[in-house]
Design a protein around this ligand. Structure first.
Ligand code: UDP
Length: 244
């Protein structure tokens, strides 16, 4: 097994599935099956889920809502998604699941306490990390890396919807765009490539944790990555920039 403990980053779009907004039961079951497949393989799993299927802070301006307030709404959206995910995971498998949140909401989820989260992972519980960092002006990309580091994960599996890796330019606009098999953090930052938010990529680079960017709609991708197969793009230090 390549990885014994990973952090899976899902966007809200993974939960909305074919819809632009809200929840799709088919998509939720797909997420549950993928995450449970890791659990069955003995991989310890933390999950950070976004909230874009409900609300994102960058919509605040359009709605006339101050950014910090809009971000609080976005963070609460990630809590809703995390609870939804726990519900579906527990219904579909025999895994025990805990939601830990950066914003205290004690009657529905545990507060995030690093050592307790580590203990849950060691005991093979799936840990869903809600409410991002608990602070505004970032998206869930940054806390995905932060939590992965705090919880000593071996890698971040950044699940995408509608793309299958990191490209040299936007493949929807540029027919000459090429997908990287491996790409160095410094290239992603310099070229502003679409992998994760730059702040998240910088944190990952500085603390040397690899990020896999891959198409989550492809069944079995999470398991394949943990087993050591190459799926999508690997972003890391000390790798050559290589195209497919
Ligand atoms: N958010 C925040 N702080 C955090 C994480 C998230 O303020 O640490 C807010 C931010 O407004 C963000 C929203 O929560 O837009 C939802 O997260 P994200 O945009 O990452 O969702 P995704 O695009 O992955 O569905």
């Amino acid at each position: 097994m390549r990885y014994g403990r990973v952090l899976v980053k899902l966007s809200g779009a993974a939960i909305a599935g074919s819809k632009a907004f809200g929840f799709d039961p088919v998509a939720l079951n797909h997420i549950a099956d993928e995450v449970l497949s890791l659990h069955q393989m003995g991989v310890q799993v933390g999950v950070v889920v976004g909230g874009g299927n409900i609300f994102r802070g960058d919509l605040g301006e359009e709605w006339g809502i101050e950014r910090a307030e809009a971000d609080a709404i976005g963070m609460m959206a990630t809590v809703t998604n995390s609870l939804m995910l726990r519900g579906v995971l527990e219904a579909r498998g025999d895994a025990e699941v805990r939601v830990m949140t950066a914003i205290p909401i004690n009657s529905v989820a545990e507060p995030f306490i690093r050592l307790r989260a580590l203990r849950h992972l060691e005991r093979k519980l799936i840990v869903v990390l809600a409410a991002g960092t608990g602070n505004p002006y970032v998206t869930t990309d940054y806390p995905a890396v932060q939590r992965a580091l705090e919880l000593r994960c071996a890698a971040i599996l950044s699940a995408k919807h509608g793309t299958d890796g990191v490209y040299s330019s936007d493949p929807r606009r540029d027919p000459s765009a090429r997908r990287y098999r491996t790409v160095a953090y410094d290239t992603v930052i310099r070229e502003n490539l679409k992998a994760m938010d730059q702040s998240a990529v910088l944190l990952a680079r500085d603390h040397d944790i690899p990020i896999h960017v891959f198409d989550f709609d492809r069944p079995g991708a999470l398991a394949a990555l943990c087993e050591g197969k190459d799926v999508g793009t690997l972003v890391a230090n000390k790798v050559d920039d290589e195209f497919e």
